[in-house]
Design a protein around this ligand. Structure first.
Ligand SMILES: *Cc1c(COP(=O)(O)O)cnc(C)c1O
Length: 399
């Protein structure tokens, strides 16, 4: 029996990062030691006081449906965290708590976009952005940013891409996959263009707590009331609190849009996990020293990885200012003979050959709209990183 699929899903591809991780897992299962750097999540366990809050929530009987957009206590905790950390004041009526930030992104796009609409997405972009836009029948308008600009979309590029059909600009700073953090002035310049043309901006701020060196995180909602009226912040507890499996994220938007998002979610999934919501409260309002400790570990790993990569000839990269990835250009090696006699011509072939020959798993830049590049996640311990980078260097420049 063959099914006639909806036009919406017919061209949908599986998430490339999840697919790459699955390939690495399959090789591991066959008994091979694999250096897996595809992970898009912290390797740490969720801090103990957060896990304890989940147990307490279960024991207290918080095991039922909640309000579809999340419990008031969690919305309050989210408001408190933004005021404490950034001096930003939001109302609980602006928040919908979802099944992870990815779900929040879907909610926003599905609420604003449909056939004939356009969404501006700077490349390199996170894998799901274009897929979620195209699911609604809208068009993803991809605008290239390059290493030379530090992967920053200029206000001129943004303005030029705007048409009468533009419904949304999607930003992600700090960025997955590049680690780029927009300078404050660059963000504000984009905010001015958004206000001038009244274009809503979805600002994916999921890596807000993972910032390095001189980089500075600024929420897109921090540039004044006229900007805030157009801003939809998306964030969550996955990355900062090592809570990817708990599936708690949120959107913060003007009240009228938040009502629409809440309606959509109430029909589609109802509330996110009740127990996870209580755990998220403990994360946001409890001691923040575990966030600091995990950040400190990421700082060490980043320095180690940068130091090692500087010594690999002909590999180019921009030092990541945030998140936990290094996104590097391997195009110099295309057409050359690599370890095991392998010759590759694009980043996807490169990842396949690297996995087969050196047993190192990376994600191809093709998945992020950046041909010639590959992404390594440093959300793993330094010993493993060291051994894996030895293997990458050996694969590129065989003796
Ligand atoms: C991890 C990630 C998300 C989604 O996180 P959730 O686990 O769904 O909360 C969203 N955006 C980017 C850029 C990410 O890397």
């Amino acid at each position: 029996m063959s099914f006639r699929l909806s036009s919406a899903v017919k061209t949908l591809q599986p998430s490339a990062t999840i697919a790459a991780a699955a390939k690495a897992k399959a090789l591991k299962a066959s008994g091979v030691k694999v250096y897996d750097f595809t992970l898009g999540e912290p390797d740490f366990n969720t801090p103990a006081h957060i896990r304890a809050a989940a147990t307490a929530a279960m024991d207290a009987g918080h095991t039922h449906y909640t309000a579809s957009g999340g419990i008031p206590e969690l919305k309050q905790a989210i408001c408190q965290a933004y005021e404490r950390d950034y001096g930003l004041k939001f109302q609980p009526s602006q928040i919908v708590v979802s099944n992870g930030a990815k779900h929040a992104i879907h909610n926003v796009i599905a609420s604003l976009c449909g056939p004939g609409d356009e969404v501006i997405i700077p490349t390199p972009y996170w894998v799901s952005y274009s897929a979620l836009v195209e699911l609604t029948g809208a068009k993803a308008v991809l605008i290239e940013t390059t290493p030379d600009s530090g992967y920053v979309l200029s206000p001129e590029q943004f303005e030029k891409a705007i048409t009468p059909n533009t419904r949304l600009l999607m930003l992600n700073s700090p960025s997955n996959p590049t680690g780029a953090v927009y300078p404050v002035a660059a963000l504000e310049a984009l905010a001015r263009v958004a206000v001038k043309h009244q274009i809503p901006v979805l600002s994916d701020e999921i890596y807000e707590k993972l910032i390095y060196g001189n980089s500075e995180f600024r929420s897109f909602a921090s540039f004044g009331e006229d900007v805030q009226k157009l801003t939809i912040i998306v964030s969550g507890v996955s990355k900062a609190y090592a809570m990817t499996g708990w599936r708690i994220g949120w959107s913060i938007a003007p009240v009228e849009l938040t009502k629409v998002i809440d309606n959509l979610q109430s029909q589609q999934t109802s509330n996110p996990c009740s127990i996870s919501q209580y755990a998220a409260i403990a994360g946001l309002t409890g001691p923040q020293d575990s966030v600091t400790a995990m950040h400190a570990e990421f700082i060490k790993r980043r320095e180690y990885v940068l130091d090692r990569f500087r010594k690999i000839p002909n590999v180019k990269f921009v030092e990541p200012g945030g998140a936990f990835y290094i996104f590097f250009d391997v195009s110099h090696y295309f057409g050359k003979t690599l370890q095991g006699g392998k010759v590759v011509h694009n980043a996807t072939d490169f990842c396949t050959a690297l996995l087969e020959t050196a047993h190192v798993a990376l994600v191809t830049g093709d998945a992020f709209g950046a041909p010639g590049f590959v992404r390594l996640s440093f959300a793993t311990n330094i010993e493993t990183l060291g051994q894996g980078i030895d293997r990458i260097a050996g694969f590129l420049n065989p003796k």
